[in-house]
Design a protein around this ligand. Structure first.
Ligand code: S3P
Length: 429
């Protein structure tokens, strides 16, 4: 088990950063959606994290030919997808297991999707139940609540489904199932979750439209889709760790280049701005996604905030925002965020346990936490196997010094995280 000692830094920094890890959500979708075409998809800046490499491996097990030169990937689908000879390992990736569940449910053959110990503890009923309703043959441990999942591809019925959870993974699984069902399908969520699936599939020629009541209508495919041709933008969730670093380090500034500015992904930047950081956006292109630069400049001590709405737009950044709250003046409260309990770790308990070790006054609630800003001090904290918890506390360490145990998980989404962090402070492994 690897650990890192982040040394306290006394220095301000002024960075232009063009090496933030590529977007994880978009990379997973590139691997999976390219299988819906009959031509080669060309992806530049594919994320070479463990999670997204697992999605590519699964595409290869289903018969795709994958050529990779550094982070440029060409994915050529086979003339017909084939039943894999072995189980499909999604590693730590909830996105891979849930999207592939929807994708494989209608594909002739037998599939077993599994992952690491953390993934095998996460709820799968949210995709298993609606898929079963439309005729999927899908099962798993505890009657399909937990992975490994077993799927026998079958004919799927059209559906009208109002999801009880605002989850892009559930939405994407159902959209993928709808594309090979027997009629127009309708899907609705209460708050728009990240919409990369709709944007990318429409870009590939799929017939997916949303009406004014929020119902997404998905027409089954009549022919293969056009291939993908795109450069994956930087991941705003990964970039947020360095946005946080600039927001809490006096006289510091960072320009994050070529990052997705999709509104469903930058909610945490809006919160950080409300807390007092100076944040500006520059839109540079808009093909599948709005992409541009984000500049974050230190602007004095942060102020406490209450966060209770549009949680899906900042769900992945809440561990880092919790660190921002620990540095802010006053008591911050997060609520309506019980989804945090079913992420790579129970992020409410992980973050609050670690903050308490750092001497911060904070409390868990069922669906969030309250954090009173104070003097964060040196501690040894645990990642709980969760990449975002590990990276959030590494950033806190810039201020106070911090030892973080079990940091291998960072490779799932941000393999060069410490290369960038080492430009700001000293690290010992
Ligand atoms: C993701 C959706 C989110 C997010 C996850 C990636 C995606 O999960 O937390 O890191 O790529 O669709 P949910 O859709 O389950 O909220």
């Amino acid at each position: 088990m690897k650990s890192v000692l982040v040394r306290k830094s006394e220095q301000a920094f002024d960075l232009i950063c063009d090496e933030i890890a590529s977007d994880k959500s978009i990379s997973h979708r590139c691997a999976i959606f390219s299988l819906l075409s009959d031509q080669a998809s060309k992806i530049d800046r594919y994320l070479l994290g463990e999670d997204t490499l697992n999605s590519l491996n699964i595409a290869a097990q289903l018969g795709a030919d994958i050529k990779r030169v550094a982070s440029s990937v060409t994915i050529t689908p086979p003339s017909s997808l084939k039943e894999p000879k072995d189980i499909l390992d999604c590693g730590n990736a909830g996105t891979a297991i849930r999207l592939y569940s929807g994708f494989l449910s209608s594909l002739e053959g037998m599939y077993i999707l599994t992952g690491d110990a953390y993934l095998k503890a996460r709820p799968m009923s949210r995709v298993v139940e609606p898929l079963r309703e439309i005729g999927a043959i899908i099962d798993g441990r505890e009657n399909g609540r937990l992975a490994p999942l077993y799927i026998r591809g079958s004919k799927l019925q059209s559906f009208r489904y109002h999801s009880p959870v605002d989850s892009a993974q559930v939405k994407s699984a159902l959209i993928l199932a709808a594309l090979r069902s027997n009629g127009t399908c309708y899907y609705k969520e209460n708050l728009l979750s990240r919409d990369h699936t709709e944007r990318m599939l429409v870009g590939m020629g799929a017939n997916i439209k949303k009406d004014e009541d929020g119902w997404i209508a998905i027409k089954p495919l009549k022919k293969p889709l056009k291939p993908l041709e795109l450069t994956v933008p930087a991941d705003p969730s990964s970039a947020f760790f360095f946005a946080l670093a600039a927001a809490i380090t006096p006289r510091s500034k960072i320009i994050i280049k070529d990052v997705s500015l999709n509104k469903t992904r930058i909610g945490a930047y809006k919160v950080l701005k409300k807390m007092g950081a100076d944040i500006e956006y520059e839109l540079k292109e808009d093909k599948y996604e709005p992409i541009g630069d984000i500049t974050v400049t230190y602007n004095g001590k942060l102020k406490a905030i209450e966060v209770s709405s549009k949680i899906a737009w900042l769900i992945d950044e809440l561990p880092a925002l919790a660190v921002a709250m620990a540095f802010a003046e006053g008591t911050s409260v997060v609520s309506n965020a019980k989804e945090l309990r079913v992420k790579e770790s129970d992020r409410i308990t992980s973050v609050i346990t670690n903050l308490k070790k750092c001497g911060i006054v904070c409390e868990e609630s069922e669906d969030g936490y309250s954090i009173t800003g104070g003097d964060i001090h040196y501690a040894t904290v645990d990642s709980y196997g969760d990449h975002r918890v590990a990276m959030s506390f590494a950033i806190a360490g810039i201020f106070s010094g911090m030892k973080i145990d079990d940091i291998d998980c960072i490779d799932t989404s941000f393999p060069n995280f410490f290369d960038i962090l080492s430009k700001i402070t000293r690290l010992e492994f």
